[in-house]
Design a protein. Structure first.
Length: 408
């Protein structure tokens, strides 16, 4: 039988050598220090579990009310919460679309904005699944560059961004604010320049702000304050801001995200109408999660404060462990988010080094090439780990390099 499959996904797609080595270690039952875990349900974070579960005990969950944008009461609660968090830049309930996740939100927006073969501009270094998210919609993920200068931090290469727009068929600029894994917020000057480019080339903005409120290091000149205005309510160009419970409340398993749409009125009435049809086609947000949303939003402040303390403490611990006098390591500036990047000597290829750390120290971590870093060697560390586990991972990382450098 000669059945053909879609070319939207690359195939075959075999696991890389690092993934195979990790699977083999797990199969042998050997211990693993996971420096890359970003699952907030697995790192001893207090999310007030009793109150989280209590919010699900509602008879309203026995009723199915298929509203394309999500339940009105949930969107009203979300709009109030946005107004509290972002004074002066709140969204209206009618501007909000509830969905299962930000990944799904990307898919909806690519459907809204793009014809097959069109492009969306995405940051590099950046989220490694964009090629899949875009490819599933028959859209090109076209990279623009983020550049780094120490100690100032990361900046958007605006020339590279415009070059990507000049190639044609671009329909949207994707911004991650702050970026994952670089932890860099969009600076005020960058913001104005990006808005100008979007208006000039007639493209929309898709702005992922799931990490917006998680400031880690003091931001540089011209940077927005923690949790500060972001792009919510931006009206100069079509703008779609993404967020969700996964990061805001540490509840990825509850599967609830949202899109806040804004922009010129002449365009947004049609955009909202089209997006409503897309949402109505899927109706993916669950009634229990939507009904519980007001209660979970009320719990999110305490979660955010506690996690913020952990993020900053772990980053300080990492710097203390790796940035000693004469150290070969450098921890890159991390303004916000849940990840810190470490630059270390390139003794081998990144994947070979990561496999060696796994075999010799039991340390599992993500090399920089996972995120399209321009050169080697970089490794990502998750700042949400329980502090003792984080310290053990940092010690194992330093131990491997100390030994490898001593014998090189």
């Amino acid at each position: 039988m000669n059945t053909k499959f879609s070319g939207r996904l690359p195939w075959p797609s075999p696991p890389n050598a690092l993934a195979l080595a990790l699977s083999a270690r797990k199969a042998r039952g050997l211990p693993i220090l996971d420096f890359s875990s970003s699952n907030p349900t697995r790192v001893s974070l207090d999310r007030n579990g009793g109150a989280v579960l209590d919010a699900l005990l509602s008879e309203a969950n026995l009723v199915y009310s298929p509203e394309p944008q999500g339940l009105a009461a949930s969107r009203e609660a979300l709009a109030r919460d946005m107004g509290r968090r972002h004074p002066g830049r709140a969204a209206r309930p009618e501007d909000l679309f509830l969905c299962a996740s930000t990944s799904e939100a990307y898919g909806w927006l690519f459907k809204l904005l793009c014809e097959p073969g069109d492009a969306v501009l995405v940051p590099k270094p950046g989220y490694p699944l964009f090629d899949y998210l875009a490819g599933l919609e028959a859209v090109e993920a076209r990279a623009y560059r983020l550049s780094y200068a120490h100690p100032a931090g990361w900046r958007v290469d605006l020339d590279a961004l415009e070059d990507g727009l000049k190639k044609g068929r671009a329909r949207a600029i994707v911004l991650i604010n702050p970026n994952n894994p670089t932890g860099s917020y969009i600076a005020r000057g960058e913001r104005e320049a990006i808005l100008g480019l979007a208006e000039r080339y007639g493209v929309a903005l898709i702005v992922d702000e799931v990490f917006l409120g998680f400031q880690v290091e003091g931001q540089g000149e011209g940077r927005a304050p923690s949790g500060g205005p972001g792009f919510l309510g931006e009206e100069s160009v079509p703008c779609f801001v993404l967020d969700g419970l996964s990061k805001l409340a540490g509840l990825p398993q509850m599967k609830l995200g949202w899109i806040a749409a804004s922009g010129p009125r002449s365009l947004m009435d049609e955009a909202r109408g089209r997006l409503e049809i897309i949402a109505d086609t899927y109706l993916s947000a669950s009634a229990p999660a939507m009904n519980a949303l007001p209660s979970w939003l009320a719990l999110s402040d305490a979660f955010g404060r506690a996690l913020g303390d952990r993020l900053r403490a772990n980053l300080a611990s990492l710097r203390s462990s790796l940035e000693y006098p004469g150290s070969p390591h450098r921890v890159l500036r991390c303004e916000g988010g849940w990840t810190a990047l470490i630059e270390s000597p390139r003794l081998q290829g990144e994947e070979e080094m990561a496999i060696s750390m796994l075999e010799e120290e039991g340390l599992s971590l993500h090399p920089g090439y996972y995120f399209d870093m321009e050169r080697e060697a970089y490794f990502a560390s998750s700042l949400i780990l329980e502090p003792a586990a984080f310290g053990a991972c940092a010690a194992a990382y330093r131990s491997w390099f100390d030994r490898a450098l001593a014998t090189s």
